[in-house]
Write a protein that binds this ligand. Structure first.
Ligand code: MG
Ligand code: ZN
Length: 219
């Protein structure tokens, strides 16, 4: 599908989000907006996700960072198509940046599109990119206070991936407390404990993606 952008799409975030959403739906592309603070392990998680699921799905990734192509290069090395957006100081992705990037993809040839947002627990959650799902990654070294301190992020995400659980024996992080804090802020939200590095718990995330994909193509 060849994409042409209208002027209003490039000037208004919500119009751009609607434009993206329609396109994702028409092409049956499941889109996941992945958010976290810097260093929580989004890119490693995506590398392992591409490794596991690329035999079954056609996967592409949009990488958001202030500078460099490093994350896109890491995804390309795993064999998936990746396009890097550099925000040049901007602290989040908006739907217009994503819309402008979509001209580089043939969405008819993509089943799963992951958008790795700029590492930041504050404003990325406030921008609708037209995605199907917003997912937050939280990592054990960040500590238990991130969920209560950044409630907007966890209010607006339906799934939290607690990453780096291989470090639990070395750090004072309570998974139970994290679950309790999350339930208080967002009773609907689910939390999977995993480690992208050791693979522990990753199957829950993979099955969640498969379920979300089925739901997306059946709509
Ligand atoms: Mg990254
Ligand atoms: Zn921002």
């Amino acid at each position: 599908m060849k994409i042409t952008l209208r002027t209003d799409v490039l000037t208004n975030n919500n119009k751009a989000a609607e434009f993206n959403r329609e396109l994702f739906q028409n092409t049956k592309t499941l889109v996941i907006n992945l958010m976290s603070s810097p260093g929580a392990g989004k890119t490693t998680l995506l590398e392992e996700t591409v490794r596991e699921l690329s035999g079954k799905y056609r996967i592409a990734v949009i990488e958001g960072d202030l500078a460099t192509e490093r994350d896109a290069d890491r995804i390309r090395a795993m064999g998936a198509k990746a396009v890097q957006i550099n925000t040049h100081g901007g602290c989040h992705l908006d739907a217009r940046m994503v819309a402008a990037t979509l001209t580089e993809f043939d969405l008819d040839e993509i089943d799963l599109l992951f958008i790795e947002n700029v590492g930041n627990l504050v404003c990325p959650s406030g921008y609708d990119l037209g995605q199907h799902h917003k997912v937050a990654v939280l990592s054990v070294p960040e500590g238990n206070d991130k969920i209560p301190k950044y409630p907007q992020m966890f209010m607006r995400t339906e799934l939290v991936l607690l990453n780096k659980i291989d470090l639990l024996p070395y750090l004072d992080f309570s998974v139970e407390e994290a679950r309790k804090d999350l339930t208080e802020i967002n009773p609907e939200s689910i939390l999977f404990s995993l480690s992208a590095r050791t693979q522990e718990g990753m199957h829950e995330w993979f099955s969640w993606i498969e379920g979300a994909y089925l739901q997306c193509v059946q709509q």
